[in-house]
Design a protein around this ligand. Sequence first.
Ligand SMILES: Nc1ncnc2c1ncn2[C@@H]1O[C@H](COP(=O)(O)OP(=O)(O)O)[C@@H](O)[C@H]1O
Ligand SMILES: [Mg+2]
Length: 363
Amino acid sequence: MPDYYIGIMSGTSLDGVDAVLAASSGTRVRVREKVHLPYPSRLRARLLALHDAGPDELHRSALLANELSALYASAVRRLLTRARVSARAVTAIGCHGQTVRHRPLAGYSLQLVNGARLAERTGITAVCDFRSRDIAAGGEGAPLAPAVHRALFADARRSRVIVNVGGIANITWLPVRGAVTGFDCGPGNCLLDAWIRLKRRKYYDAGGTWAASGRVVPSLLKKLLAHPFIRRRPPKSTGRDEFGLAWLQRALTGAERPVDVQATLLEFTATDIAQAVRSHCAGAREVFVCGGGARNGALLACLAALLPGQRIATTAALGVEPEHVEALAFAWLARQALRREPGNLPAVTGARGLRVLGAIYPK
Ligand SMILES: Nc1ncnc2c1ncn2[C@@H]1O[C@H](COP(=O)(O)OP(=O)(O)O)[C@@H](O)[C@H]1O
Ligand SMILES: [Mg+2]
């Protein structure tokens, strides 16, 4: 019988919860069942408000962690019901939690989740707080996905790049020879989402069609590409606090048409990713995209135009649907934690060494 793990991810896009039931046997893990629970809009607004300093933060964050844990527990129940698997058959849940502050330079990264409550409500061992140990060891605590991308997607004959386009975009370089590297390269969907939300009251630009109907504003593109984070050398990681609406609005003259701003944001996002691939992944021939941004056809087309000669596809071509990769990553990280095996890659995060990641709440 396979060993079951559950992975739960709720990323910087604040779109909701992605959860997968993963069956692990030997070195393989594969998705058996999946669930997506969108955040109710009030919950999203309260989470967003906690990204900035404000009154009574401790109380608000504790209450939100409890509320999120109830949502995570209901995602677990749905997975098990749909797959007809009992809680007893699941070894552990790996739950990322919801990031509200990512400040590795200040020595912390904060993900809201109440692991005790999650274990109590599900009757399953919960593993949470995956980033703190890497930061304590001098690392960025992010990105964590590259170790998992290596385990799932590395190929002995082809050097590959995996690009996760969540709220923030991160890349993993999987060369045939040499060390696996990876870093956050900048915004993924966060600016695209924020702008269409402001101008058209939509949560995202489905397929990137609105962006594709506008024209790139070269002077704005140049200003955006001058962001210091983009020039910084890896290891590096970022969050939505660095690439928010406030920053975008400072770069605007006010004369741009909203649709052209969206087109420019798409070009900016793709250019930043393409630059990261060109400068850090010499010899790459294949780029596989995952995360919700993999559903943005205009973004994929833009990437293909900027990276001629590369095969551009989604991770579905490698057997994992793009929206399941990150949740699957946390199932894998939970398995590593229970086996007392490392979950970080020091070359990626900058940590002093390999570390077992996560805080374990036994069932
Ligand atoms: N059909 C689609 N077209 C364009 N963008 C999409 C589509 N589906 C999802 N997205 C984008 O993906 C985001 C969610 O991606 P996700 O990988 O969950 O990010 P995160 O890990 O930051 O939560 C949405 O906010 C949206 O921007
Ligand atoms: Mg998400």
